[in-house]
Design a protein around this ligand. Structure first.
Ligand code: ZN
Length: 196
C-alpha cells in the first residue's frame, strides 16, 4: 500500500480503538511525519478531515481544514444552514470532545473511507475539543457548525466508529443521486420524503 492510500471500510483498523500518543512522542520526527502524511492525504483526496486510522495508523491523531474551494458546490444559503466556513489547518493529538447541547444538526455527511456514499447524520451543533498539538502544547477550541461536525466525525474514527453507525439509514445514497435530488433540500423535508 502506498503511504497516501486511504484505508477503506472493511479494514479492521477502522474498527479498532486507537492508541493515545505517548508523552515521549511529542515533538518527535515520527509524529511530525505522521501529521504531514495525513495532511497530504487529506488534501489529495480532497477532504476536510482525516484520522490516523484512515492511513492505517492506530493512533489518536486527527487533522482538519476547510477551504472555500471545497464548499464551491454549496450556495450561500446552504453554507449558512450548515454554518460552514473556511478554517485553517489544525492537527490535534489525543483529542477529547465535550458535546454541547442536543444532537440536532442533521445534514448529509460522507467519509473518505466509505467512498461514493453519503447520508444524513445527526450531530451536536457545538463542541469543545481539548487536545495537544504536535509539540505537546495544550489546545482548546470551542466551535459550532461544520467544524464541530468534522470534529465529531474524526474523533469517532479514533474509537473505531464510522458515520454509518450514526446515520439515518434510510437516507443513505450514492453521491451523484444525493447531489442531484437531496442535497439542496431542507433536511427535514428529506426525512419526510424518505420516511427516515
Ligand atoms: Zn471519515
Amino acid at each position: 500500500m502506498a503511504k497516501h492510500d486511504i484505508v477503506r471500510a472493511g479494514h479492521p483498523v477502522l474498527r479498532a480503538v486507537a492508541e493515545p500518543v505517548a508523552e515521549d512522542e511529542f515533538g518527535s520526527k515520527a509524529l511530525r511525519d505522521l501529521v504531514r502524511t495525513m495532511v497530504e492525504s487529506m488534501r489529495r483526496a480532497p477532504g476536510v478531515g482525516l484520522a490516523a486510522p484512515q492511513i492505517g495508523v492506530s493512533k489518536r491523531v486527527i487533522v482538519l481544514e476547510d477551504a472555500e474551494r471545497l464548499m464551491a458546490a454549496l450556495n450561500l444559503e446552504q453554507r449558512q444552514a450548515r454554518a460552514r466556513v473556511p478554517f485553517a489547518l489544525r492537527a490535534l493529538v489525543n483529542p477529547e470532545l465535550e458535546l454541547l447541547g442536543a444532537p440536532e444538526a442533521v445534514f448529509f455527511e460522507g467519509c473518505l473511507s466509505v467512498p461514493g456514499l453519503s447520508a444524513l447524520v445527526p450531530r451536536h451543533l457545538t463542541v469543545t475539543v481539548r487536545a495537544r498539538d504536535e509539540k505537546g502544547d495544550p489546545v482548546e477550541w470551542t466551535v459550532s457548525g461544520w467544524p464541530a461536525r468534522i470534529l465529531q466525525h474524526e474523533v469517532d474514527h479514533l474509537d473505531g466508529g464510522l458515520y454509518v453507525d450514526r446515520m439515518l439509514t434510510r437516507t443513505l445514497g450514492v453521491n451523484d443521486e444525493v447531489a442531484a435530488r437531496w442535497q439542496s433540500m431542507n433536511p427535514a423535508e428529506v426525512r419526510e420524503k424518505l420516511r427516515a
